[in-house]
Design a protein around this ligand. Structure first.
Ligand code: SF4
Ligand code: SF4
Length: 430
């Protein structure tokens, strides 16, 4: 008789990961001790080994103490726990499986699948409308086309994900930088190339993995040597959860974050960054993605005139702004960042990720400094500057004005401005 929990190929991948974690984890509790979210929970002072034992019980469908479930709910994927593990377990991955198990037992698989579909549909509407008010339809179609025909071989594939379409000035700047660097590159992204995260977030790993695998097959068809990513979530999905996408051991196509790619090509960047950018800036940083801080600092050191100052900030709070949702942690991260930047008298706070820029850019209205992305800084030094309509529209704080100014363009996208009002309200006004 089929065992529905392990007898599909996908379920067997998950089970293999859980078995490996269970075998390796000594329940020492070091990952729990390293967790940066504990101050925002009732778990401070809990016995670390008891909490991690509870998490291992959850992933193995055993009865468990409540502390494990509380820790699972608090996890914001910052990854601070990963280096703390002496047994080569990825606690962030362990917690993902525990969350899925808890959600499955609370709501059932069918309900979670429905939630995943609803979430994806709602998000698609938000991304589509936010991109449409900033991007001409021809350009949008070119960026997001799914090409089923034979692909032109390209040495590199730039996979930009989908949320960056809400900040097209960052995407276009990045493409312009690649162009000037002479990168042999095809560009792919948009909602038709989802990495699967939206279903993962709703604990429907199988649907997410199916979606991510379809995109992966499309990426492979370009015959590229590597995929360059921008989004930290896409990077995490196609590295940390890769065994769920393509079967164990199938990792022949490397995914490289844009900061790593640029940091490997500093001489080329230096030769292109010729215009001084006479600014004193602070970087807004998150952990959780390998080497990003060192790499982005090396990249910005190529820009003449730029002074990067160190500020006190909570780098270990989440791996990007929009998914840092634990009450207290979000506010603390922002407060520390913005007050430190103010005290350091910087001209600009510079984000690495488009997702953080989207969240933080309206803070420019409350502080005596700009909010920019590092790609904008590179562009300024290379002699181009794409307007940041995201920030402009957010700073209006007036959706009627946005719709009045962008109505014609929305119609050219085939979108009724009145129907876009709801998604744009969520996107621009939070
Ligand atoms: S990923 Fe971050 S938030 Fe989650 S358990 Fe690890 S340290 Fe804590
Ligand atoms: S995941 Fe690693 S650090 Fe955490 S309890 Fe298990 S062995 Fe210890």
């Amino acid at each position: 008789m089929m065992n529905p929990t392990t007898d599909t190929p996908f379920a067997s991948y998950i089970q293999a990961r859980i078995d490996q974690i269970t075998e390796r984890c000594t329940q020492c509790g070091k990952c729990f001790e390293a967790c940066s979210m504990l101050p925002y929970t009732d778990l401070e002072g809990a016995e670390p080994s008891a909490v991690t034992r509870s998490v291992v019980d959850i992933i193995n469908d055993r009865g468990h103490a409540p502390e494990g479930a509380a820790w699972v709910q608090a996890c914001q994927k910052s990854g601070s726990c990963i280096d703390a593990c002496p047994e080569d377990v990825n606690p962030r991955e362990m917690i993902l499986y525990a969350r899925v198990k808890l959600q499955q037992s609370a709501f059932g698989r069918e309900e979670l699948s429905q939630r995943g579909r609803n979430f994806f549909r709602r998000l698609s509407g938000i991304i589509r409308a936010t991109a449409a008010i900033q991007t001409p339809p021809e350009l949008y179609r070119r960026l997001t086309a799914v090409r089923y025909r034979k692909k032109a071989a390209a040495q590199n594939l730039f996979y930009f994900g989908c949320h960056i379409l809400k900040t097209p000035h960052i995407l276009l700047s990045c493409m312009d930088v690649f162009d000037r660097m002479g990168l042999d590159c095809e560009v792919v992204g948009g909602l038709g190339h989802c990495c699967g995260i939206n279903h993962f977030r709703m604990s429907d790993l199988e649907a997410g993995a199916a979606m991510g695998t379809r995109s992966l097959e499309e990426f492979r068809s370009y015959g590229s040597e590597q995929v360059i990513t921008f989004c930290p979530t896409c990077q995490m999905q196609y590295t940390e959860y890769r065994p769920l996408y393509s079967g164990p051991g199938d990792d022949e196509l490397p995914f490289v974050h844009v900061t790593k790619y640029l940091a490997r090509n500093l001489d080329t960047l230096k030769s292109l960054c010729t215009a001084p950018v006479n600014k004193r800036i602070a970087l807004h940083l998150h952990g959780g993605t390998d080497g990003v801080e060192e790499n982005v600092k090396a990249i910005l050191a190529c820009v003449p005139g730029l002074e990067v100052v160190e500020i006190d900030q909570h780098k270990d709070h989440g791996y990007q702004c929009p998914t840092l949702l634990l009450p207290g942690a979000t506010e603390a991260m922002r407060e520390k960042l913005l007050s430190s930047a103010r005290a350091a008298e910087v001209d600009s706070v510079v984000t690495v990720y488009h997702s953080c820029h989207f969240e933080l850019c309206p803070e420019e209205g409350n502080h005596p400094f700009e909010l920019e992305n590092f790609m904008t800084i590179l562009g300024q030094s290379m002699g181009f500057d794409y307007p940041d309509w995201t920030k402009t529209f957010k700073l209006y704080g007036d959706l009627d004005r946005v719709l009045a100014e962008t109505g014609d363009q929305l119609r050219r996208h085939g979108i009724d401005p009145e129907k876009a009002r709801g998604p744009l309200k969520v996107a621009l006004n939070g």
